[in-house]
Write a protein that binds this ligand. Structure first.
Ligand code: GAR
Length: 192
C-alpha cells in the first residue's frame, strides 16, 4: 500500500447509507483510503457501518465540535487530508473550513440553491419538494464553507418527480442518484 494515499474522514449523523457506499468504494482503493468516521450521534448506524470496514470511529458532543482542539486533533492524528460529509447535520465550524480550505465536500439531497439552508436536511427536503409541487429534484455535491449549502457546486444530477410520488418515493429516487455519483465525484475531486 502506498504511503501517499489521500486520507478521508467521513462525518455522518444518521443511518449512513451514503457513508457505506463510500466505505465500500474506497476499500482497497489505490490512491484514497477512509481512515476515520466521526459522528455527533452515538446511536448513528453509520458507526456500525464503519466498524464493518475496520475503520475507526469517534463520537463528539456539540461542545467538543465547537472547541477548536478535540476534533482537529483526531483528524491530525490520522493525517486526514480530505473531509467528506455524508448526511452530517451540523454546521461545520470555521476552524475546520480554515484548516481544510476546499478540502471538505458535502452532498445535499436537492438541486441547490433550491431547498437548502438551515433546517433543510433529510426527509424535510423531500417533504418541501413535494409540497412545492416541483416536477424535478436531484442531488448537489459541493465544497463546504461556513454557511449551510453555499460552497462551490461541483456536480448536480436530477430526477423526475411525479405528481403521485410521496416524499418517501422522492427520497428513494434521490438516494439512488447519491449512490450512483457521490463516491465517483469524491474520487475525481481528490485525484484531479
Ligand atoms: C442523504 O440523503 C444526504 O444527502 C442528506 O441526508 C441523507 C443521509 O442519508 N444530507 C443532508 O440533508 C445534508 N443537508 P444516509 O445517512 O442514509 O446517508
Amino acid at each position: 500500500m502506498s504511503l501517499t494515499r489521500k486520507r478521508i474522514a467521513i462525518f455522518a449523523s444518521g443511518s449512513g447509507t451514503n457513508a457505506e457506499e463510500i466505505l465500500a468504494y474506497f476499500n482497497r482503493h489505490s490512491t484514497i483510503q477512509v481512515v476515520l468516521l466521526l459522528s455527533n450521534n452515538p446511536s448513528a448506524f453509520a458507526l456500525a457501518r464503519a466498524d464493518k470496514y475496520n475503520v475507526p470511529t469517534k463520537v463528539f458532543t456539540k461542545a467538543q465540535f465547537k472547541d477548536s482542539i478535540v476534533v482537529l486533533t483526531w483528524l491530525q492524528e490520522k493525517e486526514v487530508s480530505h473531509i467528506v460529509l455524508a448526511g452530517f447535520m451540523w454546521l461545520v465550524p470555521s476552524y475546520l473550513t480554515q484548516h481544510y480550505p476546499d478540502k471538505i465536500i458535502n452532498i445535499h439531497p436537492a438541486l441547490l440553491p433550491k431547498f437548502g439552508g438551515k433546517g433543510m436536511y433529510g426527509m424535510r427536503v423531500h417533504e418541501a419538494v413535494k409540497s412545492e409541487g416541483e416536477n424535478e429534484t436531484g442531488i448537489t455535491i459541493h465544497l463546504v464553507n461556513e454557511k449551510y449549502d453555499e460552497g462551490r457546486i461541483l456536480f448536480q444530477a436530477s430526477c423526475e418527480v411525479l405528481e403521485a410520488d410521496s416524499p418517501r418515493q422522492i427520497a428513494d429516487k434521490v438516494h439512488a442518484l447519491e449512490y450512483a455519483h457521490y463516491a465517483k465525484v469524491i474520487e475525481r475531486w481528490i485525484n484531479d
